[in-house]
Write a protein that binds this ligand. Structure first.
Ligand code: M6R
Length: 335
């Protein structure tokens, strides 16, 4: 039931603050001890894979554990070099994705301990896993995942930080975006919805977030949209920049902020229309959405919410079938 909403996707985005509350409440200390391992492999598909890409930065930075992230359809067919004392984490909303299910079976054959982060209770991946953490997103109907992505990210963040208190302000933070940033987001959507191509730039965690933002726009708006590590553009992609090419830059990481800003200037001087999403004002750029500055492990949540809402608004302006995009299924149970 969509309740008062016209689209499941929007309803599910609006549920995010409540899901975050539930996830925090449900988390028990020492749920699962990641620090016992010397190496982590994260295996998943689509948006769940993007969660892995982001979480890799956290595990490496905060726990000092080497982490490798693999697309499940690649992991299952390649030669696996098993690291000493390693863990394989499978992330899946549905728990039924064929490649992710095959990947967990392979990890088990290789006697690697497994942890599944799944949303659907008693799903096939949940049944295979040695350890399970259930995300508390509830049923997700929209093909484009939003609330389940947030629940996966938060479950991993809690596991890494092992400190609920750090996350207590997060539901309010997301409600604040929903209540106050819709106008800015709609203004961005108007600039973007008629584009043929949109590029994202970011570094580090911002790059991982950008990849999810690009997938969201692609799958529901049918606009070609790609994310690039900002430092890579000089190595080829900058050749695509023309007058008015839209480039969305995500800038939240203080350590590499100036580097990304210099890439934004490079594309801007070649005519790009740069739209910045940032947690600190960037004086040289006028076209921007500024969000609150938050601790490192919390910051991605308000950025991704903006990108989900932006994808939604673009698809709405284009008149696309938002909840059921063409050619896509909610759960990919065949290869
Ligand atoms: O159920 P899963 O998390 O295993 O699904 C993985 C992907 O199929 C899924 O995230 C897909 O990319 C979504 N449509 C993205 O919105």
């Amino acid at each position: 039931d969509k309740g008062n909403f016209d689209y499941y996707m929007l309803k599910e985005i609006y549920e995010e603050p409540t899901i975050i509350e539930k996830t925090i409440c449900n988390f028990t200390k020492n749920h699962f001890d990641l620090t016992r391992y010397n190496h982590v492999d994260i295996v998943a598909c689509g948006s769940s894979y993007h969660v892995g890409l982001l979480v890799k930065y956290w595990i490496e930075q905060l726990l000092n554990i080497s982490t490798n992230v693999e697309i499940a359809s690649e992991y299952r067919y390649k030669k696996l070099i098993v690291q000493d004392n390693s863990l394989t984490i499978i992330i899946s909303q549905s728990g039924e994705t064929a490649d992710s299910l095959a990947a967990i079976k392979i990890a088990k054959i290789l006697k690697i301990p497994t942890l599944a982060i799944v949303n659907v209770i008693d799903s096939s991946i949940a049944r295979e896993a040695d350890n399970i953490i259930y995300t508390k997103a509830g049923k997700e109907v929209s093909v484009a995942t939003t609330k389940a992505y947030i629940a996966q990210l938060l479950s991993m963040a809690l596991l890494i930080e092992n400190n609920k208190a750090l996350f207590e302000g997060l539901p309010k933070e997301l409600s604040h975006i929903i209540d106050n940033k819709m106008e800015d987001i709609t203004q961005f959507a108007y600039q973007l919805y008629q584009s043929e191509h949109i590029y994202f730039l970011g570094r580090g965690v911002d790059y991982a977030i950008a990849m999810e933002g690009a997938l969201k726009i692609k799958e529901i708006s049918y606009i070609h949209c790609e994310a690039y590590a900002a430092g890579e553009i000089k190595h080829g992609t900058i050749a695509l920049i023309e007058k008015n090419t839209p480039v969305i830059a995500i800038v939240t990481d203080n350590n590499i902020r100036e580097k990304t800003i210099s890439n934004m200037k490079e594309v801007s001087s070649r005519g790009a229309n740069v739209l910045a999403i940032t947690n600190e004002d960037i004086l040289d750029f006028n076209n921007k959405i500024i969000v609150n500055k938050l601790p490192m492990i919390i910051q991605p949540f308000n950025i991704i919410l903006i990108l989900q809402l932006l994808a939604f608004q673009i698809a709405k302006l284009k008149g696309c079938s938002i909840d059921k995009p063409k050619n896509l299924a909610k759960s990919v149970t065949v290869e």
